[in-house]
Design a protein around this ligand. Structure first.
Ligand SMILES: Cc1cc2nc3c(=O)[nH]c(=O)nc-3n(C[C@H](O)[C@H](O)[C@H](O)COP(=O)(O)O)c2cc1C
Length: 189
């Protein structure tokens, strides 16, 4: 089974650092899982406009392929304008709503303010609820003060929460493996 680590931003470092920390923890739990990375800054992603997949450029097609092939996702996002970055929303717009159905998702996010953790609740989770993903009950939200001046995670509570996120996500992966084999995926509603 494949876990896709999505860096949902084309700028910045902290979301990448968070993803690496989650990856390190996941590797302790899930030697059986193939872990891949989808870093949006490495792709020439076209705007989603509803055209067939084959009509997008090669990079955009390969992003859609990676999304479709994954069995679970860790999504890392910065907070932009009280919401998620347009690049991450565009990735969601490129895929069928069925692609992430019944698949586990864990979220890590970073913002410049403490208050905007609510973006996860109010902006990101509703999209994943629409997709019917299995969102872990815990997420990790960090703020600049949780990092050193060279972007190392220095907050012990954040480190603990990342460990816990990986642990819970691992069990969600196990839980979802049978669910995804069901024929529910063929329904349109
Ligand atoms: C265009 C833009 C909009 C932003 N809007 C918000 C915001 O609404 N709330 C917030 O907490 N941080 C906001 N930020 C701060 C980013 O979330 C923060 O700079 C980023 O997560 C830091 O990561 P980095 O050091 O890796 O760039 C914004 C940053 C940019 C570039």
């Amino acid at each position: 089974m494949k876990i896709l680590l999505i860096n949902g931003s084309i700028v910045g470092e902290k979301t990448k650092i968070l993803l690496e920390a989650v990856k390190t923890e996941l590797e302790k739990f899930s030697a059986d899982y193939e872990i891949k990375e989808l870093n949006l800054e490495k792709y020439d992603m076209q705007f989603a406009d509803g055209r067939p997949k084959d009509d997008y450029n090669e990079d955009t097609q390969s992003m859609i392929d990676e999304m479709e092939a994954a069995d679970g996702y860790i999504i890392a996002t910065p907070i932009f304008q009280g919401s998620i970055p347009g690049a991450l929303k565009n990735l969601f717009d490129l895929i069928s709503p069925k692609v992430m159905r019944y698949k586990p998702v864990a979220i890590v996010a970073n913002g410049g303010t403490f208050q905007h953790h609510l973006v996860i609740e109010n902006q990101l989770k509703p999209i994943l609820d629409y997709f019917r993903s299995l969102i872990t009950p815990n997420y990790v939200y960090t703020q600049s003060a949780h990092f050193s001046h060279v972007n190392e995670i220095i907050d012990e509570d954040v480190k603990f929460r990342i460990e816990e996120l990986a642990r819970v996500f691992y069990y969600y992966m196990q839980m979802s493996s049978d669910l995804q084999k069901g024929d529910n995926l063929s329904t349109d509603f």
